[in-house]
Design a protein around this ligand. Structure first.
Ligand code: UFG
Length: 323
């Protein structure tokens, strides 16, 4: 297939783009490099630098006749979205709208969209199934939910074949591809940075209704997450919009992540208790039974220590990130 990967210079997009190349797909990366890195664009792909909010550029790009699009390009920080809701809606919703319109004009039939666990808000039942109510507690989650609904409507109206993959907490690295955000806000890279620099990491909230008072998340290896995209791309049928959660079905608290990182790195890692971070739900754990049953997906690297160890190896090999 000939595929376009929006956000293919970012953490997850670059891993998936490299998996696509490896699987023999002709792969083109669209990225404005505002968050992504030129050095992260995989070998064997072509980079088109630009932003989906630029309708002329988006139309021009899609006119190349792609069989499918994998759409990662988005803003994705919960805390930032609480402070700047407008830019989250503009980038995530308007950007996707431009993409969908350009796909329609060009007759592109398949889409795999990066949705998020944040659409569920504070779920009443854990593990979370796809049928759970969607009640996001922050603008990041609401903007992604708006896109999920838009895609569903376009599938019904125009026969698009689409899959929304609702990611839980993605971690780890894959060969030369790793996590390099500016600013970094994610727990595992920050814990590892504290290990590398001998500095401390903050634990945001110690009064959550969880086993040790800290927030619980479901961590999934970026390579396992990536493989789900390739399966989704093959499986989607015209007029269908499938929605799948992607996690391991096991949750780890912030304290447990810090403990695991101490074991992996052999460093003591100072952890300092701090107030809750705005917009954070106490517990997010996925049921991934649906994607396992429908697409035969199965995590190959479900252990938290493997994810932390792969991230640690990448960080040690890339002390300045992509630099
Ligand atoms: N945390 C800390 N200290 C830190 C950083 C994070 O205690 O220095 C805590 C957070 O408060 C949260 C947990 O660690 O409770 C995980 O935080 P991350 O920032 O690593 O990840 P989030 O759960 O906030 O968000 C991630 C993605 C979202 C996605 C969500 C779904 O960034 O896009 O997972 O679970 F929606």
């Amino acid at each position: 297939m000939k595929v376009l990967v929006t956000g293919g210079a970012g953490y997850i997009g670059s891993v998936v783009a490299s998996q696509l190349v490896e699987a023999g797909h002709e792969t083109v990366v669209l990225d404005d490099l505002s968050k992504g890195h030129r050095e992260a664009v995989p070998e064997g792909t072509r980079l088109l630098q630009g932003n989906l909010l630029d309708t002329g550029f988006t139309r021009q790009t899609l006119s190349e006749s792609f069989d499918g699009v994998l759409h990662f390009a988005a803003l994705s920080l919960v805390g930032e979205s609480v402070e700047k809701p407008e830019i989250y809606y503009r980038n995530n919703v308007c950007g996707t709208l431009n993409l969908l319109e350009a796909m329609r004009e060009a007759g592109t039939g398949k889409l795999v969209f990066s949705s998020t666990a944040a659409v569920y808000g504070e779920p009443e039942e854990v593990p979370i199934q796809e049928s759970a109510p969607t009640l996001p507690t922050n603008p990041y989650g609401s903007s992604k939910l708006a896109v999920d609904r838009l895609i569903g409507a376009v599938c019904g109206a125009r026969g698009l074949a689409a899959t929304s993959l609702r990611y839980f907490n993605v971690a780890g690295a894959s060969g030369r591809f790793g996590e390099d955000h500016h600013p970094e806000t994610h727990l595992i890279p920050l814990v590892l940075r504290a290990a590398a620099e001998g500095s401390s990491v903050k634990i945001f909230g110690t009064d959550y209704p969880t086993r040790d008072g800290t927030a619980v998340r479901d961590y999934i290896h970026v390579e396992d997450l990536g493989r789900a995209h390739l399966l989704a791309l093959e499986a989607a049928g015209p007029g269908e919009h499938s929605v799948y959660n992607l996690g391991n079905g096991a949750g780890f608290s912030v304290r447990e992540v810090v403990e695991a990182a101490r074991r992996v790195t052999g460093q003591s890692i100072d952890a300092v208790e701090a107030p809750r971070r705005a917009g954070d739900p106490p517990t997010l754990v996925a049921s991934s039974e649906k994607i396992q049953a429908d697409l035969g997906w199965k995590p190959e690297k479900p252990e938290l220590e493997t994810m932390i160890s792969d991230a640690w190896t990448w960080m040690c090999d890339h002390p300045n990130g992509y630099g």
